[in-house]
Design a protein around this ligand. Structure first.
Ligand SMILES: C[S@@+](CC[C@H](N)C(=O)[O-])C[C@H]1O[C@@H](n2cnc3c(N)ncnc32)[C@H](O)[C@@H]1O
Ligand code: SF4
Length: 373
């Protein structure tokens, strides 16, 4: 492993599966004791630590799902205590507002979590129902206020836009409501129809392109005016509240992934050459619980590195430096120079920074496709 490293912990259960979601999440039949899952996570970490010779402490941790707010804080505490987390590291946990009744915010803080990411999605009860969410808008507000009162000083709200039948006014009302709560960070995602989800089998009527374009333009203005700086396609922050964990992903940094279906990325030097590997875990919770120490590892082919790097780095509004490309991929800049210059001539990317222009950010897929081999 090279440089700083992050840790992703996956919690694969939800109360119900939302029809748009393609994350590795499985409906939970009843409230369960997650002691076995805790033991598995710790075994998983210990085996990866030994196999990949991991020696650094983690600069950030993200407990994602699924619905990790269903995890008992005592299990969470036990899990986090077994991990080498650097002092002052950002430790985020995702929270579904429909589980706030189970979430003991003070215990979650004591367990080591210092940032919450709340899946609000919308503040319109009809939209929430259409999205198959298990909570109403007022429950999100209550969860947010309780988390603040109990001491969370770093909170993100996830909001989705382009919802079935959504008007520009409704999308703006969602953002106004989110902004009024004064979260530190807002993730504003356009709803995408993912393969193999309920919405891909029975696709709802989505807003037409002109409506989507207006929602996006007016939403970006609104967020900027409210003091939320856009630093990634869908991420907006108050000063200094960037999600460090996600910035590491978008900078093609290393991370260890533990838990059912978790992915990891690790780089190492072998005889002077940088090797980037991807790791995966069994995604079925039952299978994972049986064999948490099994980690599949595949090396990324050298010719795939540019596209993988660009896919991440160019999502950031300011991109990364040209040198960072070489540091993170082990390849000289000249590997991509011709492609880059052709894109710069079209006004899509910057000359001296590995970043898109404002125009290019709108055509990210086209730009990234140029690096496919
Ligand atoms: C792993 S989910 C998160 C958290 C938690 N399970 C919840 O739903 O409240 C992370 C976020 O991705 C976003 N998301 C999930 N599926 C999406 C889709 N198909 N299109 C756009 N955003 C999506 C949602 O905003 C969601 O809160
Ligand atoms: S609660 Fe979150 S992770 Fe679970 S199914 Fe819904 S969107 Fe996916």
């Amino acid at each position: 492993m090279l440089g700083q490293c992050a840790l992703y912990i996956h919690f694969p259960w939800c109360i119900v599966k939302c029809p748009y979601c393609d994350f590795n999440s499985h409906p939970l039949k009843e409230r369960t004791d997650f002691a076995d899952y805790t033991t598995a996570l710790i075994k998983d970490w210990q085996s990866q630590q030994a196999n990949f010779n991991l020696t650094e402490s983690f600069a950030s941790v993200f407990v994602g799902g699924g619905t990790p707010s269903l995890f008992d804080p005592k299990n969470l505490h036990q899990t986090l205590s077994a991990m080498p987390i650097a002092p002052g590291a950002e430790v985020t946990m995702e929270l579904n507002p429909g589980t706030a009744e189970y979430t003991l915010f003070q215990d979650t803080l004591k367990a080591g979590v210092n940032r919450l990411s709340i899946g609000a999605q919308s503040f319109d009860n009809h939209a929430l129902k259409r999205l198959g969410r298990i909570h109403r808008a007022d429950e999100t507000v209550t969860a947010f206020e309780l988390a603040r009162k109990d001491g969370f000083s770093n909170i993100n709200l996830d909001i989705m836009w382009g919802l079935p039948g959504q008007t520009v006014t409704q999308a703006m009302t969602d953002l106004d409501t989110a902004i009024a709560l004064e979260p530190d960070h807002i993730s504003w995602y356009q709803l995408t129809i993912e393969a193999k989800t309920e919405f891909s089998r029975r696709t709802p009527l989505l807003p037409v392109d002109a409506t989507l374009a207006e929602i996006e333009a007016r939403g970006l203005d609104k967020l900027a005016l409210a003091g939320y700086a856009r630093y990634e396609v869908s991420a907006f922050t108050k000063p200094g509240k960037h999600c460090q964990h996600n910035v590491n992903y978008w900078s093609f940094g290393d991370y260890v992934g533990i838990g059912a279906g978790a992915h990891g990325k690790l780089s190492s030097r072998q005889s002077g050459t940088l090797r980037v590997s991807r790791t995966t875990k069994f995604s079925q919770p039952r299978r994972y619980l049986q064999s948490p120490q099994v980690t599949q590892k595949t090396t990324v082919a050298q010719d795939q590195l540019p596209v993988e790097f660009m896919l991440n780095a160019l999502r950031q509004v300011d991109g990364v430096s040209l040198e960072h490309f070489s540091n993170a991929t082990g390849l000289p800049w000249r590997t991509v120079e011709d492609t880059w210059e052709a894109l710069a001539d079209r006004g899509l990317v910057q000359e001296n920074q590995c970043a898109t222009t404002a125009l290019g950010l709108r055509y990210l897929d086209t730009i990234v496709a140029e690096f496919l081999v």
